[in-house]
Design a protein around this ligand. Structure first.
Ligand code: NAP
Length: 282
């Protein structure tokens, strides 16, 4: 059984992957863990992982695109636990596509989950985090710093989340709330499967972008099969953001992620990043 503290953390998107691993790790670290998912009928893996780890979770419904579910879940947490000390914006979804081949409606949908979802959850939680002098943590991605081919919409949403949080950080800090972003590279979760892309079909349907998409997919498939980090490894970084006395604003979850993000952060004219990613589509 976990050691106990009185602090309460709410995590979004805990049905699988990083959210599930983080929920178990937070509970193991002694946090009262509110593990939320948009579809409670998909909680089986989460319950099993918690049982195996010998920890208790408070499992509740929350869809980050449904404001009323956010408000009622946060109100329920306050009513039952009396406080909220940390929020981990983890829910997100990948998307593959390029401008000419996708509709603006598809781009908006990617922004809804990966950006506006983060904003809505954070906004509802903020007054409570101010009261607890708590933490607001968002799982972005290395794709929140480095733009990647066929990920225009996804990277735009993650860039937006990073810009939002970087801008909010000093304002929140003035009220005792620490804000940080956690940036994984490739992680072995349901993420790629959930994008729902059949590579052969996607290339066939990509028209004149087929050769570039094929090269990109080959590289990405190799990257995920050779060097993907575990969800538990990412969870360790999230727990660092949750518990370190003074967490950094930007936390990469692996050496690979640190190196990749560093390319961008010292790339004043954009040539280093494009020198790298141009090679991904040939
Ligand atoms: P995952 O296994 O697909 O998990 C994504 C989670 O988000 C699932 O629980 C999913 O729930 C949930 N979700 C999706 N839409 C939601 C909504 N509207 N409301 C609430 N929950 C929703 O992928 P993951 O790798 O753990 O992803 C977690 C986070 O890490 C995401 O923000 C992702 O962008 C980021 N990330 C992942 C990688 C990677 O390579 N895996 C790399 C960098 C960053 P359902 O089961 O209901 O779909």
């Amino acid at each position: 059984m976990s050691s106990s503290n009185s602090k309460v953390v709410l995590i979004t998107g805990t049905s699988s992957g990083i959210g599930l691993a983080t929920a178990v790790s937070a509970a193991r670290a002694g946090w009262k863990t509110v593990a939320t998912l948009r579809d409670p009928s998909r909680s089986e893996a989460l319950r099993k992982a918690a049982d195996e780890a010998g920890v208790e979770l408070d499992i509740r419904r929350l869809d980050v695109t449904d404001e009323s579910s956010i408000v009622s879940t946060v109100e329920g947490v306050l009513a039952d636990h009396g406080q909220l000390d940390a929020v981990i914006n983890n829910a997100g979804a990948g998307h593959l596509g390029t401008m000419e081949n996708e509709s603006v409606a598809e781009v908006r949908k990617v922004m809804e989950v990966n950006f506006f979802g983060v904003v809505q959850v954070s906004k509802v939680a903020m007054a409570h985090l101010r009261a607890s002098r708590g933490r607001l943590i968002t799982i972005t991605s290395v794709g929140g710093v480095v733009g990647q081919p066929f990920n225009e919409a996804y990277c735009a949403a993650k860039f937006a989340a990073e810009g939002y949080m970087e801008s909010l950080a000093p304002v929140a800090a003035a009220h005792g709330v620490s804000v940080c972003v956690v940036e994984p590279g490739a992680v072995a979760t349901e993420f790629v499967t959930n994008v729902g892309v059949d590579p052969q079909r996607a290339v066939a349907e990509a028209g004149s972008y087929g050769p570039q998409l094929s090269a990109y997919l080959n590289r990405t498939i190799a990257q995920f099969s050779d060097g993907a980090q575990s969800a538990e490894g990412v969870a360790d970084s999230v727990i660092e953001a949750l518990t370190a006395p003074e967490p950094a604003f930007r936390i990469q979850t692996s050496d690979w992620a640190r190196g990749f993000v560093a390319t961008k952060l010292s790339d004043l004219d954009g040539s280093a990043v494009l020198g790298l990613t141009n090679g991904w589509v040939v």
